[in-house]
Design a binder for this molecule. Sequence first.
Ligand SMILES: Nc1ncnc2c1ncn2[C@@H]1O[C@H](COP(=O)(O)OP(=O)(O)OP(=O)(O)O)[C@@H](O)[C@H]1O
Length: 337
Amino acid sequence: MIQIEQLSKTYQTKHGTVKGVDDVTLEVKTGEIFGIVGYSGAGKSSLIRCINLLERPTSGTVKVGGQDLTKLRGDGLRKARLKIGMIFQHFYLISQKTVAENISFALRAAGTPSKKIGPRVDELLEMVGLSDKRNVYPAQLSGGQKQRVGIARALANEPAVLLCDEATSALDPNTTLSILRLLKDINRKLNITIVLITHEMNVVKEICDRMAVMQGGRVIEEGRVYDIFADPKTALTKEFISSVVSFNVPEEILEKCDGTIVKVLFKGEVAGDGIISDMLQSYPVKGNFLHGAIEYIQELPLGIFVMELKGDQADVSQAIHYLEQREAIVEVMEHGN
Ligand SMILES: Nc1ncnc2c1ncn2[C@@H]1O[C@H](COP(=O)(O)OP(=O)(O)OP(=O)(O)O)[C@@H](O)[C@H]1O
């Protein structure tokens, strides 16, 4: 649905050329929620703004629904953009207009006939849960309500794609959750493709199907959110994951351990603790649990255990091998003495 190919965006500044996006190739499928995560300066905004050509790429192509937007200009581009809605961190509502007027503004701009505007605004307000705020001004709304107006406005012209630029970064955790649930609801009901950029991994964990990690303008890792949480490849991705899923065992506890410390992950419905007890019965090793949790990512369980395994090194190695054969992902964090 969205095909980004060899896309680069460079900026000319008085200090020289800055690469915002550096040779990115990505595909976002129809109807999925795709998250792009990275620290400040990674190139997320530049990339998302190239998707609707708010920024014109320096090179490369962006196809939405098979149409290469980089080939369009003027009216053609304006029409194509109507099929791509966008919401922003700071909402950008018009303060002198009521909630209904903010939404109808988008409909008018797209040439919607007057008699269709009222009913469509009502429909959109109901969708975002703001029917009772029709005639109030943005200043009278909370941050979460403002973003709901932003979402209604972005959906006004029935876009196929919704771009979310740090849409929850100005909101508190509870409001963030309610906006993310609304986005997921809209995605499922309308089959709209959502691309969101964020520096918060919990946002990705909450609603995204697939994700990419950006650093220095490049995509350094991409895949299913669940798979990336289970088996991250790069140090940066691991860092992002550790901000929402902790495998940390206090240093004082680790210092008391003289066995081999292993992190064990079980994907999906596999009952991790059952496999571990099978292992302990089958091999002459002792196991101490130091940390254990079942995380749910997109409603799929991911079992995470940190254990100390004690025994003869050869037996410990065999026990680890047994876990791997039972489809666990095992990482040795510290070898025993
Ligand atoms: N208009 C611009 N002019 C010059 N340099 C820019 C411009 N926009 C972005 N950059 C540079 O491009 C790089 C990527 O910036 P970008 O804003 O895309 O990153 P980001 O991941 O979205 O970060 P943030 O969350 O802080 O916006 C940075 O080095 C930034 O300084």
